[in-house]
Design a protein around this ligand. Sequence first.
Ligand SMILES: [Zn+2]
Length: 319
Amino acid sequence: VSEPIPFTGDPLDRAGNLRHDPAWVEHALASPEARFLPFWRLTVLTHASGPPGLLWLDAVQRQLAGDREVVLLGLMAGAPHFAIDVSDIEEPLSALSLSDGARFAEVREVATRLPPADSGTVAHARSLLDWHNRHRFCSTCGRPTRPGEGGGMRECQACGAQHFPRTDPVVIMVVWRGDSCLLGTRRNAAGAFYSALAGFIDQGESIEEAVRREVKEEAGVDVDEVVYHASQPWPFPSSLMIGCFAHAVSDETAVDAFELDNVRWFSRDEVRRAVASPNPELGFAVPGPVAIAHHLIKAWAELSEEELRTRWRLTREGA
Ligand SMILES: [Zn+2]
């Protein structure tokens, strides 16, 4: 993968072994070195001008947010870094004395403008805070849960059940045959905006099986070889996009009108030009670099058929 995929590369050490110890977590929370990244209704605090960057509060500024749950993201240069949810404060910028030079930004909007590693931290924090918000009650007995391990889990106070943050796996695939690839356009998508086919992995299904099923369901095309390429955390709210190349054994399509408006085969040259820049003459556009679809489509367009065939041979041989 030639360029960083947004939402990957979180540099924090998640302190998975240390956070089991409640005394260590308490100590980290009280540290004068601690830093806190505020989120307000799932938007993240950034500098309002200049190069976009995350705005972390120090231990003194954090007092302004009052006594509230925080989640430990991890350590950087020994300093504990936390996320803090201030959604219930009506005017969070003034409450935190941040009126000048700060704003809460939509994560999707700033993802490609942040330093790449920061977008990884944001994906981590956004998914985790959202999971805590939606798991205040035990799914086993319905009683309240409380966070443990610095926010790495929640525990039911009544029945003792432990609940861990979930990640939902999604397959996303460029289907190809010879010198063409198959892309689809979603129902209600504005304009001729074509992307890789995608879908959630079902229970009891491997990545390869999910790719074959989704391509058959959405486009009516049979796939044989599936090769993994790259993945991306997608924090809306907590998906993991698993990017693959899928080789089609036929080129006749039958679109699933419930899921998609259309599927179409595109030549490698058309795709290369669409990836390089929005080009009205092409009559279609592909996703921008915030999404793994962009990187997957681009990588396919840059690979030759021979290189793709080599990849699946290596996969099959376990090399
Ligand atoms: Zn319970």
